[in-house]
Design a binder for this molecule. Structure first.
Ligand code: SF4
Length: 128
């Protein structure tokens, strides 16, 4: 499987309350929720690869300006995501994951992700 690829990278203020976050939206979400706002990113392999070097460079550049890193998805590549979370932790930043899974499903995918998270937003998008 290819590495984690993102289609959007931006600094966000609202998505994680009280934090200034560097956010990455990953492509390849397999859940296919009806009404998904990011359906254009479902296709696996589109976007730019998030390498460890790239993330480290970004965190260096934004040092002192951000307090958190938000990953939107990526739990379908748990090992790669865990590596990125470890880098975030090394920088002393908080981490947030938006996942379409619930907590139990996420634990089933990987028990290595949760310990790194300061914030977790779970659950599939529901149209209503
Ligand atoms: S989990 Fe999120 S990104 Fe994935 S299909 Fe559902 S709403 Fe879209």
């Amino acid at each position: 499987m290819s590495g984690l690829k993102f289609t959007v990278e931006q600094i966000v203020w609202q998505e994680v309350p009280g934090e200034v976050s560097l956010a990455f939206l990953f492509s390849g979400c397999p859940l296919r929720c009806k009404g998904c706002h990011s359906a254009d990113t479902w296709k696996e392999g589109i976007g730019t690869e998030l390498t460890e070097e790239y993330l480290k460079g970004r965190l260096k550049r934004y040092r002192g300006l951000i307090s958190c890193v938000l990953f939107m998805g990526g739990e379908w590549q748990p090992e790669a995501l865990q590596k990125m979370l470890a880098i975030v932790a090394q920088e002393g930043l908080k981490a947030c994951l938006y996942t379409g899974l619930d907590r139990e499903e996420l634990e089933a995918v990987s028990d290595g992700i949760l310990p790194y998270l300061t914030y977790l937003k779970t659950g599939r998008w529901q149209m209503e």
